[in-house]
Design a protein around this ligand. Structure first.
Ligand code: MV4
Length: 601
Protein backbone atom coordinates (compact mmCIF):
# COMPACT_ATOMS: atom_id res chain seq x y z
CA UNK A 1 0.00 0.00 0.00
CA UNK A 2 1.02 3.61 -0.52
CA UNK A 3 2.37 5.56 2.43
CA UNK A 4 1.13 9.00 1.35
CA UNK A 5 -1.67 9.99 -1.05
CA UNK A 6 -2.44 13.43 -2.46
CA UNK A 7 -6.14 14.08 -2.97
CA UNK A 8 -6.58 16.45 -5.92
CA UNK A 9 -10.04 17.64 -4.91
CA UNK A 10 -12.02 19.50 -2.28
CA UNK A 11 -15.17 19.22 -0.16
CA UNK A 12 -16.92 16.02 0.76
CA UNK A 13 -15.21 13.75 -1.79
CA UNK A 14 -11.74 14.83 -0.66
CA UNK A 15 -12.71 13.97 2.93
CA UNK A 16 -14.30 10.69 1.76
CA UNK A 17 -11.02 9.63 0.11
CA UNK A 18 -8.97 10.71 3.14
CA UNK A 19 -11.22 8.72 5.43
CA UNK A 20 -10.43 5.61 3.38
CA UNK A 21 -6.71 6.48 3.52
CA UNK A 22 -6.84 6.78 7.32
CA UNK A 23 -8.40 3.35 7.66
CA UNK A 24 -5.63 1.95 5.45
CA UNK A 25 -2.89 3.67 7.47
CA UNK A 26 -2.03 6.01 4.59
CA UNK A 27 -1.00 9.62 5.22
CA UNK A 28 -3.01 12.30 3.38
CA UNK A 29 -2.12 15.46 1.48
CA UNK A 30 -4.71 18.13 0.62
CA UNK A 31 -4.42 20.80 -2.04
CA UNK A 32 -6.48 23.97 -1.82
CA UNK A 33 -7.16 27.25 -3.57
CA UNK A 34 -7.25 30.69 -1.95
CA UNK A 35 -11.02 30.29 -1.58
CA UNK A 36 -10.57 27.09 0.45
CA UNK A 37 -7.95 28.19 3.00
CA UNK A 38 -10.27 27.29 5.86
CA UNK A 39 -12.19 24.44 4.24
CA UNK A 40 -12.95 21.07 5.79
CA UNK A 41 -10.74 18.97 3.51
CA UNK A 42 -7.73 21.10 4.45
CA UNK A 43 -8.42 20.64 8.17
CA UNK A 44 -8.85 16.90 7.72
CA UNK A 45 -5.58 16.24 5.89
CA UNK A 46 -2.24 15.50 7.52
CA UNK A 47 -0.66 18.26 5.40
CA UNK A 48 -1.92 20.75 2.83
CA UNK A 49 -0.56 22.85 -0.04
CA UNK A 50 -1.93 26.03 -1.57
CA UNK A 51 -2.04 25.53 -5.33
CA UNK A 52 -3.36 28.90 -6.48
CA UNK A 53 -6.21 31.41 -6.77
CA UNK A 54 -9.91 30.69 -6.37
CA UNK A 55 -10.47 30.29 -10.11
CA UNK A 56 -10.45 26.50 -10.72
CA UNK A 57 -8.42 26.83 -13.92
CA UNK A 58 -5.63 28.41 -11.85
CA UNK A 59 -5.70 25.88 -8.99
CA UNK A 60 -7.65 22.60 -8.95
CA UNK A 61 -7.37 22.28 -12.73
CA UNK A 62 -3.73 23.33 -12.95
CA UNK A 63 -1.91 20.09 -13.85
CA UNK A 64 1.55 21.35 -12.98
CA UNK A 65 0.53 22.93 -9.66
CA UNK A 66 -1.09 19.67 -8.50
CA UNK A 67 1.84 17.49 -9.56
CA UNK A 68 4.32 19.90 -7.99
CA UNK A 69 2.43 19.75 -4.67
CA UNK A 70 2.59 15.94 -4.82
CA UNK A 71 6.31 16.00 -5.45
CA UNK A 72 6.93 18.53 -2.67
CA UNK A 73 4.95 16.39 -0.24
CA UNK A 74 6.62 13.18 -1.35
CA UNK A 75 3.25 11.59 -2.11
CA UNK A 76 3.33 8.25 -3.89
CA UNK A 77 -0.11 8.48 -5.47
CA UNK A 78 -2.75 11.00 -6.61
CA UNK A 79 -6.48 10.36 -6.15
CA UNK A 80 -8.56 12.77 -8.26
CA UNK A 81 -12.01 12.33 -6.70
CA UNK A 82 -14.77 13.30 -9.17
CA UNK A 83 -15.05 16.43 -11.34
CA UNK A 84 -11.97 18.65 -11.79
CA UNK A 85 -9.19 16.46 -13.27
CA UNK A 86 -10.80 13.06 -12.66
CA UNK A 87 -11.61 12.29 -16.32
CA UNK A 88 -8.74 14.18 -17.91
CA UNK A 89 -6.64 11.59 -19.78
CA UNK A 90 -3.85 14.12 -20.40
CA UNK A 91 -3.49 14.72 -16.68
CA UNK A 92 -3.61 10.98 -15.94
CA UNK A 93 -0.78 10.52 -18.47
CA UNK A 94 1.28 13.21 -16.74
CA UNK A 95 0.84 11.48 -13.38
CA UNK A 96 1.78 8.15 -14.97
CA UNK A 97 4.98 9.76 -16.24
CA UNK A 98 5.82 11.13 -12.78
CA UNK A 99 7.09 9.16 -9.80
CA UNK A 100 3.53 8.97 -8.52
CA UNK A 101 0.74 6.46 -9.20
CA UNK A 102 -2.57 7.57 -10.73
CA UNK A 103 -5.48 6.20 -8.70
CA UNK A 104 -7.74 5.51 -11.66
CA UNK A 105 -7.85 3.72 -15.00
CA UNK A 106 -4.87 4.12 -17.35
CA UNK A 107 -4.81 7.22 -19.52
CA UNK A 108 -5.15 4.89 -22.52
CA UNK A 109 -8.33 3.26 -21.16
CA UNK A 110 -9.76 6.69 -20.35
CA UNK A 111 -9.19 7.74 -23.95
CA UNK A 112 -10.70 4.55 -25.38
CA UNK A 113 -13.92 5.17 -23.47
CA UNK A 114 -13.99 8.97 -23.64
CA UNK A 115 -14.86 9.13 -27.30
CA UNK A 116 -18.46 8.03 -27.58
CA UNK A 117 -18.51 6.27 -30.97
CA UNK A 118 -15.36 4.36 -29.99
CA UNK A 119 -17.01 3.30 -26.74
CA UNK A 120 -20.20 2.28 -28.62
CA UNK A 121 -18.25 0.18 -31.11
CA UNK A 122 -16.24 -1.44 -28.32
CA UNK A 123 -19.40 -2.36 -26.37
CA UNK A 124 -21.16 -3.70 -29.46
CA UNK A 125 -18.11 -5.87 -30.12
CA UNK A 126 -18.41 -7.20 -26.56
CA UNK A 127 -22.08 -8.10 -27.10
CA UNK A 128 -23.40 -5.25 -24.94
CA UNK A 129 -26.61 -3.78 -26.40
CA UNK A 130 -26.19 -0.14 -27.46
CA UNK A 131 -28.95 2.36 -28.36
CA UNK A 132 -29.77 1.81 -32.06
CA UNK A 133 -27.86 4.34 -34.17
CA UNK A 134 -24.47 4.99 -35.72
CA UNK A 135 -21.07 3.84 -34.46
CA UNK A 136 -19.39 6.24 -36.89
CA UNK A 137 -19.59 10.03 -36.79
CA UNK A 138 -22.16 11.59 -39.18
CA UNK A 139 -21.51 14.68 -41.23
CA UNK A 140 -24.60 15.39 -43.31
CA UNK A 141 -28.30 15.94 -42.66
CA UNK A 142 -29.00 13.07 -45.09
CA UNK A 143 -27.18 10.63 -42.85
CA UNK A 144 -29.27 11.78 -39.88
CA UNK A 145 -32.47 11.35 -41.92
CA UNK A 146 -31.44 7.84 -42.92
CA UNK A 147 -31.10 6.83 -39.25
CA UNK A 148 -34.48 8.42 -38.51
CA UNK A 149 -36.08 6.61 -41.47
CA UNK A 150 -34.83 3.34 -40.09
CA UNK A 151 -35.77 3.76 -36.40
CA UNK A 152 -38.34 6.57 -36.51
CA UNK A 153 -38.36 10.02 -34.88
CA UNK A 154 -37.31 11.32 -32.42
CA UNK A 155 -33.58 10.83 -32.82
CA UNK A 156 -30.75 12.25 -30.70
CA UNK A 157 -27.74 13.98 -32.21
CA UNK A 158 -24.89 13.73 -29.72
CA UNK A 159 -21.46 15.30 -29.60
CA UNK A 160 -18.62 12.78 -29.75
CA UNK A 161 -16.97 14.37 -26.73
CA UNK A 162 -20.29 14.91 -24.91
CA UNK A 163 -21.55 13.92 -21.50
CA UNK A 164 -24.07 15.28 -19.07
CA UNK A 165 -26.62 17.16 -21.16
CA UNK A 166 -24.04 19.00 -23.19
CA UNK A 167 -24.04 18.60 -26.93
CA UNK A 168 -27.27 16.58 -26.94
CA UNK A 169 -29.92 17.66 -29.46
CA UNK A 170 -33.24 15.93 -29.99
CA UNK A 171 -34.90 15.99 -33.41
CA UNK A 172 -38.66 15.42 -33.50
CA UNK A 173 -39.19 15.69 -37.25
CA UNK A 174 -37.41 15.95 -40.54
CA UNK A 175 -37.76 19.73 -40.79
CA UNK A 176 -35.51 20.22 -37.74
CA UNK A 177 -32.64 18.01 -38.85
CA UNK A 178 -30.41 20.67 -40.47
CA UNK A 179 -30.72 23.13 -37.64
CA UNK A 180 -30.20 20.62 -34.81
CA UNK A 181 -27.25 19.03 -36.59
CA UNK A 182 -25.56 22.39 -36.86
CA UNK A 183 -26.28 23.24 -33.22
CA UNK A 184 -24.88 19.92 -31.99
CA UNK A 185 -21.73 20.41 -34.06
CA UNK A 186 -21.34 23.98 -32.84
CA UNK A 187 -21.77 22.97 -29.18
CA UNK A 188 -19.36 20.05 -29.59
CA UNK A 189 -16.78 22.44 -30.99
CA UNK A 190 -17.39 25.00 -28.25
CA UNK A 191 -17.35 22.63 -25.25
CA UNK A 192 -15.09 19.77 -26.29
CA UNK A 193 -13.04 21.16 -29.20
CA UNK A 194 -14.64 18.43 -31.28
CA UNK A 195 -17.40 19.12 -33.82
CA UNK A 196 -17.86 15.41 -34.54
CA UNK A 197 -21.38 14.08 -33.80
CA UNK A 198 -23.29 10.78 -34.07
CA UNK A 199 -26.96 9.77 -34.08
CA UNK A 200 -29.12 7.51 -31.91
CA UNK A 201 -32.78 6.66 -31.63
CA UNK A 202 -34.07 8.93 -28.82
CA UNK A 203 -35.84 7.15 -25.96
CA UNK A 204 -38.39 9.53 -24.48
CA UNK A 205 -38.95 8.24 -20.96
CA UNK A 206 -36.15 5.87 -20.01
CA UNK A 207 -34.72 5.07 -16.61
CA UNK A 208 -31.11 5.87 -15.89
CA UNK A 209 -29.45 2.76 -14.52
CA UNK A 210 -25.72 2.52 -13.91
CA UNK A 211 -23.52 -0.35 -12.82
CA UNK A 212 -20.52 -0.01 -10.48
CA UNK A 213 -17.43 -1.85 -11.66
CA UNK A 214 -14.11 -2.66 -9.99
CA UNK A 215 -11.21 -4.10 -11.98
CA UNK A 216 -7.67 -4.97 -10.91
CA UNK A 217 -4.33 -5.46 -12.71
CA UNK A 218 -4.73 -9.25 -12.52
CA UNK A 219 -7.61 -9.60 -15.02
CA UNK A 220 -10.34 -9.62 -12.40
CA UNK A 221 -13.46 -7.57 -13.13
CA UNK A 222 -16.37 -7.47 -10.68
CA UNK A 223 -19.67 -5.62 -10.80
CA UNK A 224 -21.32 -4.38 -7.61
CA UNK A 225 -24.87 -4.17 -8.89
CA UNK A 226 -26.76 -1.15 -10.16
CA UNK A 227 -27.84 2.27 -9.00
CA UNK A 228 -30.99 3.99 -10.18
CA UNK A 229 -30.39 7.68 -10.92
CA UNK A 230 -33.62 8.41 -12.79
CA UNK A 231 -34.54 11.33 -10.55
CA UNK A 232 -32.70 14.16 -12.26
CA UNK A 233 -33.24 17.86 -12.82
CA UNK A 234 -31.68 19.28 -15.94
CA UNK A 235 -29.17 16.42 -16.05
CA UNK A 236 -28.31 16.88 -12.37
CA UNK A 237 -28.94 13.85 -10.20
CA UNK A 238 -30.74 14.70 -6.96
CA UNK A 239 -31.64 11.37 -5.36
CA UNK A 240 -29.98 8.06 -6.24
CA UNK A 241 -30.75 4.61 -4.92
CA UNK A 242 -29.65 1.00 -4.94
CA UNK A 243 -30.98 -1.39 -5.96
CA UNK A 244 -33.26 -0.04 -8.72
CA UNK A 245 -36.98 -0.39 -8.00
CA UNK A 246 -37.50 -0.83 -11.76
CA UNK A 247 -35.46 -4.00 -12.38
CA UNK A 248 -36.44 -7.60 -11.88
CA UNK A 249 -33.86 -10.26 -10.98
CA UNK A 250 -33.34 -11.31 -14.63
CA UNK A 251 -32.71 -7.85 -16.03
CA UNK A 252 -30.49 -6.99 -13.02
CA UNK A 253 -28.31 -10.03 -13.70
CA UNK A 254 -28.14 -9.29 -17.45
CA UNK A 255 -27.19 -5.63 -17.03
CA UNK A 256 -24.54 -6.41 -14.42
CA UNK A 257 -22.98 -9.08 -16.60
CA UNK A 258 -23.11 -6.85 -19.70
CA UNK A 259 -21.29 -4.08 -17.81
CA UNK A 260 -18.67 -6.56 -16.65
CA UNK A 261 -18.14 -7.90 -20.20
CA UNK A 262 -17.84 -4.42 -21.68
CA UNK A 263 -15.30 -3.21 -19.14
CA UNK A 264 -13.33 -6.45 -19.50
CA UNK A 265 -13.10 -5.84 -23.26
CA UNK A 266 -11.82 -2.30 -22.69
CA UNK A 267 -8.80 -3.55 -20.71
CA UNK A 268 -9.93 -1.35 -17.86
CA UNK A 269 -8.66 -1.09 -14.30
CA UNK A 270 -9.81 0.62 -11.08
CA UNK A 271 -13.38 1.80 -10.38
CA UNK A 272 -15.78 2.78 -13.14
CA UNK A 273 -19.46 3.12 -13.91
CA UNK A 274 -21.28 1.81 -16.97
CA UNK A 275 -24.40 3.89 -17.70
CA UNK A 276 -27.47 2.40 -19.34
CA UNK A 277 -30.88 3.59 -20.42
CA UNK A 278 -33.68 1.15 -19.62
CA UNK A 279 -37.07 1.27 -21.34
CA UNK A 280 -39.79 -1.35 -21.80
CA UNK A 281 -37.69 -4.12 -20.33
CA UNK A 282 -34.77 -3.47 -22.70
CA UNK A 283 -31.43 -1.96 -21.70
CA UNK A 284 -28.97 0.00 -23.80
CA UNK A 285 -25.39 1.07 -23.12
CA UNK A 286 -24.94 4.85 -23.00
CA UNK A 287 -21.46 5.74 -21.68
CA UNK A 288 -18.72 4.80 -19.21
CA UNK A 289 -17.66 7.15 -16.42
CA UNK A 290 -14.00 6.54 -15.66
CA UNK A 291 -14.06 7.91 -12.12
CA UNK A 292 -15.49 7.41 -8.64
CA UNK A 293 -18.98 8.93 -8.71
CA UNK A 294 -20.86 11.07 -6.21
CA UNK A 295 -23.41 8.30 -5.72
CA UNK A 296 -20.93 5.42 -5.12
CA UNK A 297 -22.11 5.50 -1.50
CA UNK A 298 -25.40 3.67 -2.06
CA UNK A 299 -23.53 0.79 -3.69
CA UNK A 300 -21.21 0.62 -0.69
CA UNK A 301 -24.18 0.54 1.66
CA UNK A 302 -25.94 -2.42 -0.01
CA UNK A 303 -22.81 -4.45 -0.79
CA UNK A 304 -20.68 -3.65 2.27
CA UNK A 305 -17.76 -3.06 -0.10
CA UNK A 306 -15.67 0.10 0.34
CA UNK A 307 -15.19 1.19 -3.27
CA UNK A 308 -12.67 3.94 -2.47
CA UNK A 309 -10.44 1.58 -0.48
CA UNK A 310 -10.47 -0.84 -3.40
CA UNK A 311 -9.50 1.98 -5.76
CA UNK A 312 -6.41 2.55 -3.63
CA UNK A 313 -5.60 -1.15 -3.23
CA UNK A 314 -6.04 -1.89 -6.93
CA UNK A 315 -3.86 1.09 -7.89
CA UNK A 316 -1.21 -0.23 -5.50
CA UNK A 317 -1.26 -3.53 -7.41
CA UNK A 318 -3.34 -5.63 -5.05
CA UNK A 319 -5.74 -8.26 -6.32
CA UNK A 320 -9.50 -7.91 -5.75
CA UNK A 321 -10.21 -9.98 -2.66
CA UNK A 322 -13.67 -11.26 -3.59
CA UNK A 323 -15.37 -13.27 -6.35
CA UNK A 324 -18.43 -12.15 -8.27
CA UNK A 325 -20.51 -14.67 -6.34
CA UNK A 326 -19.40 -13.09 -3.06
CA UNK A 327 -21.12 -9.84 -4.02
CA UNK A 328 -24.55 -9.80 -2.41
CA UNK A 329 -27.05 -6.96 -2.52
CA UNK A 330 -28.68 -6.56 0.87
CA UNK A 331 -31.32 -4.01 1.83
CA UNK A 332 -31.94 -0.66 0.20
CA UNK A 333 -30.07 2.65 0.23
CA UNK A 334 -30.84 6.19 -0.94
CA UNK A 335 -28.56 9.19 -1.30
CA UNK A 336 -29.88 12.74 -0.93
CA UNK A 337 -27.59 15.44 -2.27
CA UNK A 338 -27.60 18.37 0.14
CA UNK A 339 -27.11 21.29 -2.24
CA UNK A 340 -26.98 24.89 -1.04
CA UNK A 341 -29.70 25.97 -3.47
CA UNK A 342 -33.17 27.49 -3.29
CA UNK A 343 -35.44 24.91 -4.90
CA UNK A 344 -38.27 27.48 -5.01
CA UNK A 345 -36.15 29.82 -7.10
CA UNK A 346 -35.16 27.45 -9.90
CA UNK A 347 -32.55 25.81 -7.68
CA UNK A 348 -30.43 28.98 -7.71
CA UNK A 349 -27.20 28.41 -5.78
CA UNK A 350 -27.05 30.16 -2.40
CA UNK A 351 -25.18 33.44 -2.78
CA UNK A 352 -23.00 32.70 0.25
CA UNK A 353 -23.45 32.86 3.98
CA UNK A 354 -22.29 31.31 7.21
CA UNK A 355 -23.32 27.86 8.33
CA UNK A 356 -25.03 29.18 11.48
CA UNK A 357 -26.49 25.82 12.42
CA UNK A 358 -25.34 22.42 11.23
CA UNK A 359 -27.06 19.68 13.14
CA UNK A 360 -27.13 16.53 11.01
CA UNK A 361 -29.29 13.48 11.70
CA UNK A 362 -28.05 10.28 13.30
CA UNK A 363 -29.32 6.89 14.33
CA UNK A 364 -29.68 3.51 12.67
CA UNK A 365 -28.96 3.50 8.94
CA UNK A 366 -27.80 7.10 8.61
CA UNK A 367 -24.50 8.03 6.92
CA UNK A 368 -23.22 11.54 6.23
CA UNK A 369 -20.48 12.35 3.78
CA UNK A 370 -19.54 15.98 4.32
CA UNK A 371 -16.69 18.41 4.94
CA UNK A 372 -18.33 21.58 6.30
CA UNK A 373 -18.78 22.20 10.00
CA UNK A 374 -20.99 24.64 11.92
CA UNK A 375 -19.56 28.16 11.80
CA UNK A 376 -17.87 27.66 8.41
CA UNK A 377 -18.40 30.13 5.59
CA UNK A 378 -20.02 28.64 2.51
CA UNK A 379 -17.56 28.57 -0.40
CA UNK A 380 -19.54 29.37 -3.55
CA UNK A 381 -16.79 29.23 -6.15
CA UNK A 382 -17.26 25.59 -7.16
CA UNK A 383 -20.05 23.13 -6.51
CA UNK A 384 -23.22 23.83 -4.52
CA UNK A 385 -23.27 20.31 -3.05
CA UNK A 386 -22.17 20.63 0.58
CA UNK A 387 -22.98 17.16 1.88
CA UNK A 388 -24.65 13.85 1.12
CA UNK A 389 -27.14 12.11 3.35
CA UNK A 390 -27.18 8.37 2.75
CA UNK A 391 -29.98 6.35 4.32
CA UNK A 392 -29.95 2.56 4.41
CA UNK A 393 -32.65 0.14 5.54
CA UNK A 394 -33.88 -3.42 5.14
CA UNK A 395 -36.09 -2.64 2.15
CA UNK A 396 -37.26 0.35 0.07
CA UNK A 397 -40.36 0.93 2.19
CA UNK A 398 -38.34 1.19 5.39
CA UNK A 399 -35.74 3.29 3.59
CA UNK A 400 -38.41 5.85 2.60
CA UNK A 401 -39.68 6.12 6.19
CA UNK A 402 -36.17 6.36 7.63
CA UNK A 403 -35.29 9.03 5.06
CA UNK A 404 -38.31 11.13 6.06
CA UNK A 405 -37.20 10.83 9.66
CA UNK A 406 -33.56 11.72 8.90
CA UNK A 407 -34.41 14.72 6.70
CA UNK A 408 -36.77 16.01 9.36
CA UNK A 409 -33.92 15.84 11.89
CA UNK A 410 -31.46 17.61 9.60
CA UNK A 411 -31.09 21.25 10.73
CA UNK A 412 -29.17 23.70 8.57
CA UNK A 413 -29.43 27.48 9.03
CA UNK A 414 -27.59 30.21 7.21
CA UNK A 415 -28.64 29.54 3.63
CA UNK A 416 -31.15 27.56 1.60
CA UNK A 417 -30.61 23.87 0.95
CA UNK A 418 -32.71 21.44 -1.08
CA UNK A 419 -33.78 19.50 2.02
CA UNK A 420 -37.39 20.79 1.56
CA UNK A 421 -37.32 19.45 -2.00
CA UNK A 422 -36.18 16.01 -0.77
CA UNK A 423 -38.95 16.00 1.83
CA UNK A 424 -41.43 16.79 -0.93
CA UNK A 425 -40.14 13.89 -3.05
CA UNK A 426 -40.65 11.54 -0.11
CA UNK A 427 -44.33 12.45 -0.20
CA UNK A 428 -44.54 12.17 -3.99
CA UNK A 429 -46.62 9.24 -5.16
CA UNK A 430 -44.68 8.59 -8.32
CA UNK A 431 -41.30 8.61 -6.56
CA UNK A 432 -42.56 6.51 -3.67
CA UNK A 433 -43.89 3.96 -6.14
CA UNK A 434 -40.52 3.94 -7.91
CA UNK A 435 -42.23 4.74 -11.22
CA UNK A 436 -40.42 7.98 -12.11
CA UNK A 437 -38.40 8.25 -15.32
CA UNK A 438 -35.62 10.68 -16.28
CA UNK A 439 -38.08 13.30 -17.57
CA UNK A 440 -40.20 13.38 -14.40
CA UNK A 441 -38.78 16.46 -12.65
CA UNK A 442 -38.37 18.58 -15.79
CA UNK A 443 -41.61 17.65 -17.53
CA UNK A 444 -44.16 16.49 -14.98
CA UNK A 445 -43.64 17.74 -11.45
CA UNK A 446 -45.82 20.76 -10.57
CA UNK A 447 -43.44 23.63 -9.65
CA UNK A 448 -45.89 25.16 -7.17
CA UNK A 449 -45.51 22.04 -5.03
CA UNK A 450 -41.81 22.89 -4.71
CA UNK A 451 -42.62 26.46 -3.68
CA UNK A 452 -45.00 25.21 -1.01
CA UNK A 453 -42.41 22.70 0.26
CA UNK A 454 -39.82 25.46 0.65
CA UNK A 455 -42.34 27.63 2.50
CA UNK A 456 -43.19 24.78 4.81
CA UNK A 457 -39.75 23.30 5.47
CA UNK A 458 -37.30 25.98 4.34
CA UNK A 459 -35.58 28.68 6.39
CA UNK A 460 -38.11 30.53 8.57
CA UNK A 461 -37.76 33.73 6.59
CA UNK A 462 -37.82 32.22 3.09
CA UNK A 463 -41.22 33.71 2.20
CA UNK A 464 -39.58 37.11 2.47
CA UNK A 465 -37.33 36.24 -0.45
CA UNK A 466 -39.83 36.88 -3.14
CA UNK A 467 -42.28 39.29 -1.57
CA UNK A 468 -41.22 42.47 -3.21
CA UNK A 469 -41.73 45.72 -1.32
CA UNK A 470 -42.95 44.06 1.86
CA UNK A 471 -42.32 45.89 5.09
CA UNK A 472 -39.64 44.41 7.32
CA UNK A 473 -40.83 41.58 9.54
CA UNK A 474 -38.72 40.53 12.48
CA UNK A 475 -39.50 37.12 13.92
CA UNK A 476 -38.22 35.77 17.23
CA UNK A 477 -38.69 32.32 18.71
CA UNK A 478 -39.34 31.74 22.41
CA UNK A 479 -39.93 28.68 24.54
CA UNK A 480 -42.59 29.04 27.22
CA UNK A 481 -44.05 26.66 29.77
CA UNK A 482 -47.74 26.86 30.55
CA UNK A 483 -48.79 24.70 33.51
CA UNK A 484 -45.66 22.64 33.01
CA UNK A 485 -46.30 21.99 29.32
CA UNK A 486 -43.72 23.23 26.84
CA UNK A 487 -44.72 25.46 23.92
CA UNK A 488 -42.60 26.99 21.17
CA UNK A 489 -43.91 30.41 20.15
CA UNK A 490 -42.67 32.79 17.54
CA UNK A 491 -43.42 36.49 17.72
CA UNK A 492 -43.57 38.73 14.71
CA UNK A 493 -42.92 42.44 14.77
CA UNK A 494 -44.00 44.30 11.66
CA UNK A 495 -42.32 47.46 10.44
CA UNK A 496 -39.49 46.97 12.90
CA UNK A 497 -36.00 48.09 12.06
CA UNK A 498 -34.20 45.22 10.39
CA UNK A 499 -31.71 44.36 13.08
CA UNK A 500 -31.45 40.62 13.45
CA UNK A 501 -32.20 39.34 9.98
CA UNK A 502 -31.15 35.69 9.99
CA UNK A 503 -28.52 35.12 7.32
CA UNK A 504 -30.74 32.69 5.42
CA UNK A 505 -32.59 35.71 4.12
CA UNK A 506 -30.70 35.51 0.88
CA UNK A 507 -28.49 38.43 1.81
CA UNK A 508 -24.78 37.91 1.85
CA UNK A 509 -24.82 37.85 5.67
CA UNK A 510 -21.45 37.20 7.20
CA UNK A 511 -19.89 36.13 3.95
CA UNK A 512 -16.62 37.92 3.34
CA UNK A 513 -16.91 37.48 -0.39
CA UNK A 514 -20.34 39.06 -0.64
CA UNK A 515 -21.28 39.98 -4.15
CA UNK A 516 -24.30 40.76 -6.27
CA UNK A 517 -26.83 37.98 -6.26
CA UNK A 518 -28.67 37.78 -9.52
CA UNK A 519 -30.85 34.90 -8.38
CA UNK A 520 -32.71 36.46 -5.49
CA UNK A 521 -35.37 39.00 -6.16
CA UNK A 522 -35.46 41.83 -3.69
CA UNK A 523 -31.80 42.61 -3.38
CA UNK A 524 -30.03 45.39 -5.17
CA UNK A 525 -27.86 42.95 -7.03
CA UNK A 526 -27.76 44.33 -10.52
CA UNK A 527 -25.30 47.17 -10.34
CA UNK A 528 -26.64 50.19 -12.13
CA UNK A 529 -24.12 51.50 -14.62
CA UNK A 530 -24.30 53.94 -17.43
CA UNK A 531 -26.58 52.55 -20.09
CA UNK A 532 -28.49 50.24 -17.80
CA UNK A 533 -28.31 47.33 -15.38
CA UNK A 534 -25.69 44.67 -15.56
CA UNK A 535 -26.44 41.02 -15.06
CA UNK A 536 -23.23 39.39 -13.90
CA UNK A 537 -21.88 35.85 -13.59
CA UNK A 538 -22.40 34.37 -10.10
CA UNK A 539 -19.43 32.10 -10.51
CA UNK A 540 -16.71 31.11 -12.87
CA UNK A 541 -17.97 28.77 -15.60
CA UNK A 542 -19.05 28.23 -19.18
CA UNK A 543 -22.04 29.77 -20.95
CA UNK A 544 -24.23 26.86 -22.05
CA UNK A 545 -26.82 28.91 -23.84
CA UNK A 546 -27.79 32.51 -24.36
CA UNK A 547 -31.55 32.85 -24.19
CA UNK A 548 -32.02 36.51 -25.09
CA UNK A 549 -30.94 38.82 -27.90
CA UNK A 550 -30.48 42.55 -28.08
CA UNK A 551 -33.81 44.32 -28.23
CA UNK A 552 -35.71 41.53 -26.44
CA UNK A 553 -38.04 42.52 -23.64
CA UNK A 554 -37.55 40.52 -20.48
CA UNK A 555 -39.51 40.30 -17.29
CA UNK A 556 -38.28 39.83 -13.76
CA UNK A 557 -37.37 36.16 -13.34
CA UNK A 558 -36.79 35.47 -17.03
CA UNK A 559 -33.78 33.32 -17.82
CA UNK A 560 -31.24 35.32 -19.86
CA UNK A 561 -28.61 32.61 -20.12
CA UNK A 562 -27.51 29.32 -18.62
CA UNK A 563 -24.13 29.15 -16.90
CA UNK A 564 -22.44 25.85 -16.30
CA UNK A 565 -19.98 25.45 -13.46
CA UNK A 566 -18.64 22.11 -12.19
CA UNK A 567 -21.19 20.32 -14.42
CA UNK A 568 -24.04 22.23 -12.76
CA UNK A 569 -26.42 24.15 -14.97
CA UNK A 570 -27.42 27.45 -13.39
CA UNK A 571 -30.10 29.74 -14.74
CA UNK A 572 -29.06 33.35 -14.81
CA UNK A 573 -32.26 35.36 -14.42
CA UNK A 574 -33.17 39.00 -14.86
CA UNK A 575 -33.69 40.85 -11.62
CA UNK A 576 -36.38 43.05 -13.04
CA UNK A 577 -37.96 43.72 -16.36
CA UNK A 578 -36.36 45.71 -19.14
CA UNK A 579 -35.07 45.64 -22.67
CA UNK A 580 -31.85 43.85 -23.50
CA UNK A 581 -29.35 46.53 -24.51
CA UNK A 582 -26.27 44.37 -24.84
CA UNK A 583 -25.38 40.67 -24.85
CA UNK A 584 -21.71 40.39 -23.95
CA UNK A 585 -21.26 36.62 -24.04
CA UNK A 586 -21.77 33.78 -26.49
CA UNK A 587 -22.42 30.04 -26.19
CA UNK A 588 -19.39 28.08 -25.09
CA UNK A 589 -17.59 31.13 -23.75
CA UNK A 590 -15.86 30.86 -20.43
CA UNK A 591 -16.58 33.61 -17.90
CA UNK A 592 -15.18 34.63 -14.54
CA UNK A 593 -17.18 35.45 -11.44
CA UNK A 594 -18.46 39.01 -11.72
CA UNK A 595 -18.16 39.23 -15.51
CA UNK A 596 -21.01 41.19 -17.10
CA UNK A 597 -23.18 38.88 -19.22
CA UNK A 598 -26.12 40.99 -20.27
CA UNK A 599 -27.01 44.68 -19.90
CA UNK A 600 -30.64 45.79 -19.58
CA UNK A 601 -32.00 49.26 -20.22
C1 MV4 B 1 -30.33 9.77 -24.40
C2 MV4 B 1 -31.66 9.80 -23.96
C3 MV4 B 1 -32.58 9.12 -24.70
N1 MV4 B 1 -32.21 8.47 -25.82
N2 MV4 B 1 -30.01 9.11 -25.51
C4 MV4 B 1 -28.60 12.77 -21.16
C5 MV4 B 1 -27.21 12.92 -20.71
C6 MV4 B 1 -26.36 12.29 -21.73
N3 MV4 B 1 -25.30 11.57 -21.09
C7 MV4 B 1 -27.26 11.41 -22.46
N4 MV4 B 1 -28.61 11.73 -22.07
C8 MV4 B 1 -29.65 11.11 -22.63
N5 MV4 B 1 -29.37 10.40 -23.74
C9 MV4 B 1 -30.94 8.49 -26.21
N6 MV4 B 1 -30.61 7.86 -27.31
C10 MV4 B 1 -31.97 10.51 -22.81
C11 MV4 B 1 -30.97 11.19 -22.15
C12 MV4 B 1 -31.41 11.94 -21.01
C13 MV4 B 1 -31.16 11.52 -19.74
C14 MV4 B 1 -30.40 10.39 -19.47
C15 MV4 B 1 -30.13 10.00 -18.20
C16 MV4 B 1 -30.64 10.74 -17.13
C17 MV4 B 1 -31.38 11.87 -17.37
C18 MV4 B 1 -31.64 12.28 -18.65
C19 MV4 B 1 -32.38 13.43 -18.87
C20 MV4 B 1 -32.62 13.84 -20.15
C21 MV4 B 1 -32.13 13.09 -21.22
Amino acid sequence: MFSKVLVANRGEIAVRVMRACKELGVRTVAVYSDADKHSGHVRYADEAYNIGPARAADSYLDHEAVIEAGEKAGADAIHPGYGFLAENADFAAKVEESEMTWVGPSAAAMERLGEKTKARALMQEADVPVVPGTTEPVESADEVKRVADEYGYPVAIKAEGGGGGRGLKVVYDEAEVEEQLETAQREGEAYFDNASVYVEKYLEAPRHIEVQILADHHDNVRHLGERDCSLQRRHQKVIEEAPSPALGEDLREQIGEAARRGVDAADYTNAGTVEFLVEDGEFYFMEVNTRIQVEHTVTEQVTGIDVVKWQLRVAAGEELGFEQDDVEIEGHSMEFRINAENAANNFAPAPGGKLETYDPPGGFGVRLDDALRQGDDLVTDYDSMIAKLIVTAGDREECLARSERALEEFQIDGFHTIIPFHRLMLTDEKFRAGEHTTDYLDEELDKTRIERAVEKWGPADSEGDSDEGDEEVTERDFTVEVNGKRFEVSLEERGAPAVEVPSGAGGAGGNTRSRPDVAEEDEEEAVAVEGGEQITAEMQGTILSVDVAEGDDVESGDVVCVLEAMKMENDVVAERGGTVAQVLVGEGESVDMGDVLVVLE
